[in-house]
Design a protein around this ligand. Structure first.
Ligand SMILES: Cc1ncc(COP(=O)(O)O)c(C=O)c1O
Length: 405
């Protein structure tokens, strides 16, 4: 690859420089394709980081949102918002849980979950409640959620961190049993069913079932962060459903609004009465525009069979990548489920982000060595083949040139 690496510098001097952005300005999209301001076309293998469930400018979503904008965008939670009830009822139907709270982002949903866990503990007389969290976890960038996050880089410079977290490795039930034996202050276990930012690391089904049993025995809340892996991405509405269990608390965000900011905490019977009037709230949360986006997203997903599509296209994408990269010694592992896929390489590969963009493909690299694909759930077989056709030669060329570190 002779073309220069795209520079990762800010071309927006008045915007705070908190992201390592590529010098590409996107203008518009349609389906799984996005165009930049120079007219170059990209295949979207990233879905806005698992947000654009329905791709871009979906012909059923656009008129619904246009109609809602013209009707009522925001009205405050001083009043009933019928669309909140509509979306909450649907979330309860597809999750088997009992009620939902609405907010605006993933970290906000997780903050609310952490508050529920602490209040659940206080209500039963535990003054210093502790929550079990995980190595390599990512839960957001507020002070509490970055404290729950298992990544020293995310936490660096922001101490003192919030106390009350006990960290364990993923898929190790004995570690959780050890905490149960030694720490009487534990009130909840909090984890991503598939860790996203941490490198596409899945909880095993038997591990989730074991956690469910421990939480029942100990009277702890099982809190499953489905912000990235939920909303159909793995081929079921929620990734934990593959294990046949139900959580007590489930934070959602990202894909629920197809790009309109939204978050939700969906709770089961043990958590439904923990918070009462005055305990929690948000100005924007549950506004009619975001609620309409959620209602329409779930409706269109059902109408267009997008759960089955995510599973089938995920399988096809994985097969195409596995066969294309077969025998490559620098490929450590293929991981993930449905349209949440990771390819771990044996060396840092952040440079592939820019090279893929140059080749007309949007991807992500996370945990330094993991190429992550999160395409819209509307992706079709032809587009899946194109993703693999662009990515495979890039990875091969990269592995041929870069020494393993
Ligand atoms: C599993 C998980 N939880 C929480 C968050 C935070 O969500 P947000 O960026 O909307 O605050 C993310 C974001 O990547 C995530 O992947």
């Amino acid at each position: 690859m002779n073309a220069p690496e795209p520079a990762v510098t800010s071309r927006m001097p008045h915007v705070m420089n908190t992201y390592g952005r590529l010098p590409i300005a996107l203008s518009h999209g349609r389906g799984c394709w996005v165009w930049d301001t120079e007219g170059k076309k990209y295949l979207d293998g990233l879905g806005g980081i698992a947000v654009n469930t329905l791709g871009h400018a979906h012909p059923k979503l656009v008129p619904a949102l246009q109609e809602q904008v013209a009707k009522l965008i925001h009205c405050s939670n001083y009043y009933e918002v019928p669309l909140q009830e509509q979306l909450a009822a649907k979330l309860c139907e597809i999750s088997g849980l009992d009620a939902a709270f609405f907010c605006n982002s993933g970290l906000e949903a997780n903050e609310g979950a952490l508050k529920i866990a602490r209040k659940f503990g206080h209500d039963k007389g535990i003054e210093k409640p502790a929550i079990i969290v995980y190595e390599k976890a990512f839960h957001g960038r507020s002070i509490a959620t970055l404290s729950a996050t298992g990544n020293a880089k995310v936490q660096a410079g922001f101490g003192p961190l919030v106390e009350g977290f006990v960290r364990v490795p993923l898929n190790d039930l004995a570690a959780v049993e050890e905490v149960a034996r030694t720490n009487p202050n534990v009130v909840a276990v909090f984890l991503e069913v598939i860790q996203g930012e941490g490198g596409i690391n899945a909880s095993r089904a038997d591990y989730l079932q074991g956690l469910r049993a421990i939480c029942d025995r100990q009277d702890w809340l099982l809190m499953l962060d489905e912000v990235q892996c939920g909303i159909g991405r793995t081929g079921k509405w929620f990734a934990h459903q593959w294990a046949g269990i139900r959580p007590d608390v489930m934070p959602l965000a990202k894909g629920l609004g197809s790009g309109v900011p939204i978050g939700s905490i969906v709770v089961g019977p043990r958590a439904v009465n923990v918070l009462g009037p005055g305990n929690h709230g948000t100005t924007f949360g549950g506004n009619p525009l975001a609620m309409r986006a959620g209602v329409e997203t779930l409706r269109i997903m059902e109408e267009d069979g997008l759960l089955a599509n995510a599973e089938a296209m995920g399988r096809l994408l994985r097969e195409a990548l596995e066969s294309g990269l077969a025998g490559e010694k620098g490929v450590v592992e293929f991981r993930g489920a449905g349209l949440m896929l990771g390819i771990e390489l044996d060396r840092p590969c952040g440079v592939l982000l820019g090279r893929a963009a140059e080749a007309g493909l949007m991807i992500s690299v996370t945990a330094e060595r993991v190429i992550r694909l999160l395409p819209p759930l509307i992706v079709n077989a032809d587009e899946v083949r194109q993703i693999a056709a662009i990515l495979v030669p890039l990875v091969k060329a990269f592995l041929a040139e870069a020494p393993a570190s």
